[in-house]
Design a protein. Structure first.
Length: 406
């Protein structure tokens, strides 16, 4: 099977994923393929289709994240003439044209909630309705879905239907990341180097022991796709055909470990609501803001009532430090022995202090981040979406939601 489909590697986790794919191929069960971007999830969908009874029928791969939200229902289920602006003719959708075959829905987590409801009906009853029609049609299509996101986390966040998740997750297949099968990295590199050499009629590059070890220790966040790019770069740009460790360093990007804090398990359950890095940062900012607010409140209480200074010696030290270095007008604080004496403050408006809270609204912060990303990339939505860590279709929806003029 590896030779037939061009699968390289002997890792046990890879072998297990291939075994599950072969076992489920002869059935019509729905399969959910999970894995990071670049691990080869689409290759597994071809394996399942080619080993199934539907192998002589159509197969189509659809990237759900690349289709705009306003047209995805039409693409999947078809539409009738005049059902929306620009619908000059009736059109069949993928579920109609691939009847009897297999449809691979990549980035399934990007589907809008309305489309998810339509897909659930197809999975449960094989029925669908074209956009702008009232006629129910039947289809016999096997669905293989894939996602590089944690769909269960999206379910908890209200962005993915729970019933659809369990309907798709009949047979889960986890494709391992390249860093989880390091022993396969030299094999894959050699395959890519030989393919490149055959294409351009040159001698393939080879790795010495040090270079091989450096590649195996690199985490490859882009997985197999990134390894292929690096192999081709080395094949083109290296002068010597034997690559040393020092030479390999020139082609491996600098990788800084993620230093963001990781939320610990609480009562055995992960904090799903903050698993996303951006949400973790939001939480840290909010906690920091709350701590600063409480500290300021305590500070002014001590200034108004010096007797509290004995209870908070740290605050007393901070006040003394401010008196010496930071305060433009002197603040006189008594020692602990004479703490009963009043605190002399030269700011006459100290009792009139008002704390002005900046907005903590997540939607406003998100809008501000989007506007900054667009400004940074001079209105290029694709580059801005990559910078924000979201799909271009999601960015398009956010622009409409926040009425951002671009």
């Amino acid at each position: 099977m590896k030779n037939r489909f061009g699968i390289i590697g002997n890792s046990p986790v890879l072998n297990y994923a291939l075994q599950v794919a072969a076992q489920v191929a002869n059935t019509d069960l729905t399969v959910l393929i999970a894995g990071e971007s670049g691990v080869g999830k689409e290759a597994f969908s071809h394996i399942i289709h080619s080993l199934s009874a539907r192998k002589h029928n159509p197969f189509i791969a659809v990237n759900c994240g690349a289709i705009p939200e306003g047209t995805i229902d039409s693409e999947l289920f078809g539409h009738e003439k005049g059902s929306f602006t620009g619908a000059v003719d009736s059109r069949k959708g993928y579920f109609e044209t691939v009847n009897g075959g297999t449809i691979f829905l990549d980035e399934i987590g990007e589907l809008p909630l309305g489309t998810q409801a339509r897909l659930l009906r197809v999975l449960e009853s094989g029925e669908f309705i074209r956009v702008g029609s009232s006629k129910v049609q039947k289809t016999d299509v096997r669905v293989i879905a894939a996602s590089n996101k944690d769909l269960l986390q999206l379910v908890h966040g209200g962005k993915f239907r729970e019933d659809l998740y369990y309907r798709l997750n009949t047979v889960p297949i986890r494709v391992p990341a390249l860093r989880d099968r390091k022993e396969d990295i030299p094999l894959l590199f050699r395959k890519f180097a030989v393919d490149f050499a055959e294409r351009y009629k040159t001698a393939p590059v080879q790795l010495d022991d040090e270079a091989r070890q450096k590649l195996m220790n690199y985490p490859f966040p882009g997985n197999v796709r990134e390894l292929k790019n690096i192999a081709e770069q080395i094949s083109v740009l290296s002068v010597d055909k034997l690559i040393t460790g020092r030479e390999a360093d020139k082609f491996l990007p600098e990788h800084t470990a993620n230093r963001l804090p990781v939320l610990a398990h609480v009562n055995g359950h992960e904090g799903h609501e903050f698993a996303n890095e951006r949400e973790i940062l939001y939480k840290l900012f909010f906690d920091m803001k709350r701590d600063v607010t409480e500290l300021k409140k305590l500070f002014f209480e001590v200034m108004q009532n010096p007797a509290l200074a004995n209870q908070h010696p740290a605050i007393l030290n901070e006040v003394k430090e401010l008196q010496t270095h930071e305060m433009p007008s002197p603040v006189l604080v008594t020692s602990s022995a004479a703490a009963a004496q009043p605190v002399m403050v030269h700011h006459n408006d100290i009792h009139e202090h008002e704390e002005v809270e900046e907005s903590l609204n997540i939607m406003e912060k998100e809008k501000e981040l989007i506007e900054r990303a667009l400004k940074k990339h001079r209105g290029k939505r694709k580059d801005a979406a990559i910078d924000l860590g979201i799909s271009e279709r999601t960015l398009y929806r956010k622009l409409k939601e926040y009425d951002i003029d671009q």
